[in-house]
Design a protein around this ligand. Structure first.
Ligand SMILES: [Zn+2]
Length: 442
């Protein structure tokens, strides 16, 4: 047998090493996680505050008939079986007696503002809420004066005594934990709106923490951990002291979500989301009795016309009950319109949208093409037990592939092939716990 000259052997070696390198190609530039699941244009979360009964008896059934999930921020102290609201601190009568001789100032303000809602008077809760409103508006002296006025009435027995703590705009609510559990099973998110719906910004630390932590504890006990992800501090507070505490207790607050890659437009702001160049914009809109269906549909159109908007609708009353109620007919029309736009819109709970965008931002992906396989590996520092919303991967296919199968233990899954200016591509949905996926040539 004729021996191969060394130079030829070298060439053969060189050929093989090149072809090996050629066989494993970096495919990362051809793979991305889409901004929204299934490459939709934007997201919509329908959120309800205060656990008002008509939300569950009127609005939720309309959503259920269309398969739309909602997020309900409930006042846990109202639900039978959970901890009721209470004042934590010094003896109540001592504090009330002190108000006769000592004017309210910065040293006693939070204690007195915390207590007044628990003095057993109907009007006292209103004093608490109005004092909080003044304080958050920066009118601190007026807040002190109003508190003094309230305590003077209490000392003189000039407030109606009901022996009960009155909850915000919602005296009757009969929804049970069993019902809430069944709503969560249907795909709705049940979340915290504190124990008693206080003005958190004027509570002292102990009372504020009780409202946040006890509400979370009851949601965990009756609903499970999934219900402890999102929360809304009452009255849409953005108070910094409240936010500092609340962010440590709940991963997602509708009040504030400070992230570099997210612009926040709150309910009171007139800023337009279309002016934001940030990667994501959370656009909160309060749907009120006077808003009207045309305005609500225009919000949807705005989301569809861009690629970075997350519309968060805030609804309170329904039909004839609760603050700023929306009519049944209005909700029926609006939800049907949303459903009709589902090709462009991802309609998901507040918690799920938060999870998706955080998962996407935290994901480190690497993709390779080897032979007839594309492999994608995903690394993330997030806890995959909590962050469990599947991410959508978009991967372009090599020119000689007609399609792709997602390789799965239980059997391959043929993916739908689409194309754009970049070529043929497929989508696949993967939870971050999976870590690695493979596509096979078809
Ligand atoms: Zn509320």
């Amino acid at each position: 047998m004729k021996s191969i000259p060394i130079s030829t052997a070298f060439l053969i070696l060189l050929f093989f090493s090149f072809s090996c390198a050629d066989r494993k190609k970096d495919w990362s530039q051809k793979t991305e996680i889409t901004k929204w699941p299934n490459d939709k244009n934007g997201a919509v979360s329908i959120t309800y505050d205060d656990g008002i009964i008509n939300q569950f008896t009127i609005a939720k059934p309309i959503m259920d008939s269309l398969g739309l999930p909602g997020t309900f921020f409930i006042i846990t102290g109202k639900v039978e079986g959970s901890a009721k609201g209470k004042f934590i601190g010094r003896d109540q009568n001592t504090i009330i007696a002190e108000t006769a001789t000592l004017k309210t100032d910065s040293t006693n303000f939070f204690e007195r503002a915390s207590l007044i809602a628990f003095t057993g008077n109907t009007e006292a809760e209103e004093y608490h809420a109005n004092v909080g409103s003044l304080y958050e508006a920066g009118k601190v002296q007026e807040a002190y004066q109003l508190l003094d006025e309230g305590y003077e009435k209490i000392r003189n027995g000039r407030m109606r005594d009901t022996d009960d703590v009155v909850f915000h705009n919602n005296p009757v609510d009969s929804t049970t934990w069993e019902q809430y559990k069944s709503y969560a099973k249907q795909g709705h998110e049940i979340s915290s709106h504190t124990v008693t719906h206080p003005r958190l910004a004027v509570l002292d630390d102990a009372n504020m923490l009780f409202e946040l932590e006890q509400s979370k504890a009851d949601l965990a006990r009756f609903m499970g951990e999934a219900a402890t992800f999102s929360a809304e501090g009452p009255y849409g507070t953005e108070n910094e002291r409240v936010m500092e505490y609340a962010h440590k207790i709940y991963p997602a607050l509708r009040n504030r979500m400070p992230e570099d890659w997210l612009d926040e437009i709150n309910r009171g702001s007139k800023s337009l989301p279309g002016n934001s160049t940030n990667e994501y914009v959370q656009w909160q809109r309060g749907a009120l009795s006077t808003t009207g269906i045309d305005q609500m549909k225009a919000w949807t159109d705005t989301v569809i016309a861009h690629d970075n908007i997350w519309l968060v609708l805030v609804i309170h009353g329904v039909e004839d009950y609760g603050w700023e109620p929306l009519k049944r007919e209005e909700l029926t029309q609006y939800f049907a319109d949303l459903k009709g736009n589902e090709d462009s819109l991802w309609i998901a709970t507040f918690g799920d949208v938060t999870k998706y965008i955080r998962e996407r931002k935290a994901a480190k992906i690497r993709s390779t093409l080897e032979g007839n396989k594309i492999s994608i590996t995903l690394n993330s520092d997030l806890d995959s037990k909590v962050y469990n919303v599947p991410l959508t991967f978009k991967t372009y296919l090599p020119d000689d592939w007609n399609g792709a199968n997602l390789i799965k233990k239980e059997g391959n899954n043929l993916l739908e092939v689409m194309s754009d200016s970049g070529g043929k591509y497929v989508f696949c949905s993967i939870p971050i716990s999976e870590g690695k996926i493979q596509l096979a040539k078809v």
